[in-house]
Structures are given as structure tokens and as C-alpha cells.
Design a binder for this molecule. Structure first.
Ligand SMILES: [Mg+2]
Length: 345
């Protein structure tokens, strides 16, 4: 068996500038890996590097040759455990780069088995949870307009970015436009612990599902302080990066937000899901702003989740890749007829 590998950078403009408590983004720099077998079947996988976790498209491109030489040396896309272990021995950090390879291998392995990825894993399409649609930080009329557009498009679950000096006004605008939606909020580490308890008490009036990452990840005792006192359940995102973090956030959060680009691949993400359940935590799968070269793979994990936040592709002006259909946020795996992840140019 032999495998050929290539990669290319994709600069993807967003539909609207996207603002969270940390800053604003107008383009997503993704790097897409292709792994081709002897029959010409191609596995596709994307990296969506995040500077918050120390990666850029440049660092991804810098380490991919070493990672892909492991893939070529092993030569078998079904040898997922061996390739993962050897990639970690080669490049221990750079999770988004390792993730692109992980996704491309899973895509190729499932294509060789002639099964959609969720069926290759033995999962049930009917158990998939819907994805939320994210409303970024913006002026109040824009927040209202974007929320109305999301409701018109049929989204039942909204994730609203907070961490501003006008969070209550933002939630009021959202609730006006979407009185029946399930609404969760994400503060992206914006608050101090005492401020978070106060803010969450006030925001709870708007009937919220949970609050993501109220305080900085560097302050685990602050997370615990908030979780013990806050009026709403707490989700850990920046505080929960890899498998080893799952037991650490017990007592600090009720939900963990697993992301492929933080943990380094689909196998690590599945381990995190099961470890979280064993520790009595609920599980959300989130994303960066990503094309379907990676979101399509994440969508195949939807049957294992309590919550999904997989709207990364929906925030792009245009996605060069097809993926799993998500009409009005319903992750419709049953409609995936192609083998693999369903990412296709
Ligand atoms: Mg988050």
C-alpha cells in the first residue's frame, strides 16, 4: 500500500466580521490536507489554526511535512492508532495540524470501507443533536437583525457572544427577536469570578441554557467559584483542551466544549466525549471558523453529543467544500449518501 499526500492553504472570507470578547476576525485561514491511495481515492481534512492555542496557517504548514511523512511511512489509512501515536512522537503540539491529518485519514478510511464516517464508527444518525447558530458581538441593531435572520432561517438554538459592557442589552435584543429559541451564551474568559456571578445572575433573566467560559482558563479556582455560586450551568471551553483536562474541570463546569482543533483529532475528541461522561459532565462539540474540510467530519460525532456548536462553515461567505446537510441547524446525517465525511469540493 502507498499513500500520496499534499496540502494547500485556503483563505476564507467570512460573511460578516465576527467579534468575540477577545477580538474581531474577517477571514479564516485554513490549511487543507489531501491523502490519496493507490486507487485514486482522496481523503480530505482541514486545519483551522487558532492563535489563542499558539497556531497559525504558517505553523501548520511548517509541521505538515513531518506529519505527512509519518502517514506515507505507515501507508495504511486504517492504521489510525499507529499513525496517531507516531504523529504525536513527531510533533506533540500543533493540534490543528495533527487534526487535519486525522480527518483526512478518517475520510479516506471510511471511503475505502464505502461508508459514511458515522456508520464506520457505528453511530446512529437519529441521535444527532442540532447545531446552534452563533451571534457575534455587534451593535444592538445588528445583533437584532442577525438574530431575526437566524430565526427566519429556522435555527432553534442560538449561541450569543457576551463579555461586553452591554450584555443585558444584547440579550434583550436577542430575546425580542427570538422569544422561543434556546439561547446559550459564551463570555470567552471576559469576566473576573465575582463579576461573573453578578453578570450571570442578571443574564439568567433571559432564560439561558448555560454560560460558556465565564473567567480565564488560567484561573481554575475562579471557574470553581463561579460554578458553585452562579444561577446557570457552566461550560468549559478554553479550560478544557485535551483529554487530560477533562478530570481537571470536574467541579469547575457542568459541560465541556470539545473542539477538534484544540485536541488534535477525531480519536482524541471521542476519548474526551467518553471521559467527560464518565466524570458526570455533559458534552458539547464546538469549532473554530472552519470550512467543511473539517466541519463535515465533526458533524459525524453529533450522535455522541448533548450539544453541538458546529456553525463554523455557516459563518463563511462561501464554503468551497460540501458537507453534512444542516437545514436550520439539524445535523442530517441520514442524508449523507457519500462515503467518508461528505466533504467534497
Ligand atoms: Mg467558546
Amino acid at each position: 500500500m502507498s499513500l500520496e499526500t499534499t496540502f494547500e492553504r485556503r483563505s476564507l472570507p467570512l460573511e460578516h466580521a465576527f467579534t468575540i470578547a477577545r477580538g474581531t476576525q474577517t477571514t479564516a485561514e485554513n490549511v487543507v490536507v489531501r491523502i490519496t491511495d493507490e486507487d485514486g481515492t482522496v481523503g480530505v481534512g482541514g486545519a483551522a489554526p487558532s492563535t489563542h492555542y499558539g497556531e497559525t496557517a504558517d505553523t501548520v504548514e511548517a509541521v505538515l511535512p513531518d506529519l505527512l511523512s509519518v502517514v506515507e511511512a505507515v501507508g495504511d489509512p486504517h492504521a489510525l492508532a499507529r499513525i496517531e501515536r507516531r504523529m504525536r512522537e513527531t510533533v506533540n503540539r500543533n493540534p490543528a495540524a495533527r487534526c487535519a491529518v486525522s480527518i483526512a485519514l478518517h475520510d479516506l478510511a471510511a471511503k475505502q470501507a464505502d461508508l459514511p464516517l458515522y456508520r464506520y464508527w457505528g453511530l446512529d444518525a437519529a441521535e444527532a443533536v442540532p447545531t446552534s447558530f452563533t451571534i457575534g458581538i455587534d451593535d444592538l441593531p445588528v445583533v437584532r437583525e442577525k438574530t431575526e435572520a437566524a430565526v427566519d432561517a429556522g435555527y432553534d438554538v442560538l449561541k450569543v457572544k457576551v463579555g461586553t459592557d452591554r450584555d443585558e442589552e444584547i440579550l434583550e435584543a436577542v430575546r425580542d427577536a427570538a422569544p422561543d429559541a434556546t439561547v446559550r451564551v459564551d463570555a470567552n474568559e471576559a469576566w473576573s469570578p465575582r463579576e461573573a456571578v453578578r453578570k450571570i445572575d442578571a443574564l439568567a433573566e433571559y432564560d439561558l441554557e448555560f454560560v460558556e467560559q465565564p473567567v480565564p482558563a488560567e484561573n481554575p479556582e475562579g471557574m470553581r467559584f463561579v460554578r458553585e455560586r452562579a444561577a446557570l450551568p457552566i461550560a468549559a471551553d478554553e479550560s478544557c483542551i485535551t483529554l487530560a483536562d477533562v478530570p481537571r474541570v470536574v467541579g469547575q463546569a457542568d459541560v465541556v466544549n470539545v473542539k477538534l482543533m484544540k485536541c488534535g483529532g477525531l480519536r482524541e475528541a471521542k476519548r474526551m466525549v467518553h471521559a467527560a461522561r464518565a466524570h458526570g459532565l455533559e458534552v458539547m462539540l464546538g469549532c473554530m471558523i472552519e470550512s467543511n474540510a473539517s466541519i463535515a467530519a465533526a458533524a459525524h460525532l453529533a450522535p455522541l453529543l448533548d450539544y453541538a456548536d458546529l456553525d463554523g462553515s455557516l459563518l463563511l461567505a462561501e464554503d468551497p467544500y460540501d458537507g453534512v446537510p444542516m437545514p436550520a441547524g439539524a445535523i442530517d446525517l441520514a442524508r449523507v449518501e457519500r462515503a467518508g465525511t461528505a466533504a467534497r469540493r
